[in-house]
Design a protein around this ligand. Structure first.
Ligand code: FES
Length: 87
């Protein structure tokens, strides 16, 4: 289990739940996604801080900066703070 902090909420992720699935489950209003497969980039999030490992369920195909993850692929451990990349 890990904890996630966004501008909208604090919530925990179940084992094996992606960041995107957790944001949808907790009814984030500004969450964006399309493919859920790691190639469109719509779910891109900026990582502010994290205490554990950030592993990927799939290899991201969308282009990412060093401080970005794809929420649909991201399986964080520990405590993660993220921000939306879209306006
Ligand atoms: S929803 Fe398309 S890359 Fe995550």
């Amino acid at each position: 289990m890990s904890w996630v902090f966004t501008a909208e909420k604090r919530f925990y992720l179940h084992d094996g739940e992606t960041l995107l699935d957790g944001m949808i489950r907790t009814e984030h209003k500004d969450v964006r996604f399309m493919c859920r497969q790691g190639y469109c980039g719509a779910c891109k999030m900026q990582v502010k801080t994290y205490t554990g490992r950030l592993t990927c369920k799939k290899t991201p195909l969308a282009e990412l900066d060093d401080d970005e993850v794809l929420a649909c692929c991201c399986l964080p451990e520990g405590v993660l703070t993220v921000a939306y990349r879209h306006g």
